[in-house]
Design a protein around this ligand. Sequence first.
Ligand code: MG
Length: 382
Amino acid sequence: MSFELPLVPYATHSSISRGRRVSESPPSTRTEFQRDRDRIIHSTAFRRLEYKTQVFVNHEGDLFRTRLTHSIEVAQIARSVARNLRLNEDLAEAISLAHDLGHTPFGHAGQEALNACMKRFGGFEHNLQSLRVVDELEEHYGAFDGLNLMFETREGILKHCSLENAKKLGDIGARFIYKKQPTLEAQIANLADEIAYNNHDIDDGLRSGLLTLAQLDQLDFFARHHREVEAIYPNITGRRIIHETIRRMINALVVDLIGASQARIQDARLKTVDDVRNASALMTFSDEMREEALVLKRFLRENLYQHYQVNRMTSKARRIITEMFNAFINEPALLPPDYQVRSKDPLDSVQLQARKVSDYIAGMTDRYAMREHRRLFEVGEI
Ligand code: MG
């Protein structure tokens, strides 16, 4: 019995998948990629996303996006796009829900700090860490470490990767070496991520008061939709104007992405997923929309991500991560027993210990990291 909707021939069908690392009998009530999605939702790392920063630290407000709500928004957008193109919606959803599982506490500030700490030990990349979470770190099943996901789900999770790391990863890293594309579903999840954060960061930026409508009106893309909303609903105010504007922006990006990609896919005359892998990136915005998205991104970087109030949290986050890392590396006995290395080989054990410290820190939620930092450094805190 097949649970898959009719898909185009170059969609990633479960039947042509490269499969799981440890073979398992096929599921009887769902597709293989639905099983992957379900495993991701039931994982511990997924629940941790609720308390990890997107831009605003979790305690700064109840209504800001967290990594969890961000991931759900990405999945929503990715599913819409995949379904419209008759690609595998389940795979696009699974990749989207898992794409940020390896993120450190405190968003990009945390990732940069941990990467700097790990420089001597092979570095830290959040995409690679997401793969590490689903391949090794989750402890859920008797027969294997991790979630034992399908190759294409894992491939989609590993969005970027340095060449050096790609060489160590075997089949999953090969596409970075041979410069091949991942499945269209993976390409969709990647662009859905961008659509989601560009738009919700505007919403959160306005909600926090760090961005103003007047500032955003300098952006052509925002202003156009804002004016349209005012013309249709001259009497609405406040949050309704913002939501009506942002939903139009998301819609414009999604419609453009579907249309531009559809045209490219037709030109490429695809027959199989292998044709997708050998082609250039086929999921794409139109040139005009890509330019607008770039301007939006630049605007957010300059006005929100580098706002002095965000910088203050970024700076604290860097200090918390760096100080914890140094304390644990210099004195591994401070770590919970599961994260202490007891190897006999001194060279290996230093590397291994650093990787375990990095796993421990990367797994922390924002508030756990703050509490752990206090427990390490404040006398009287237990
Ligand atoms: Mg993301």
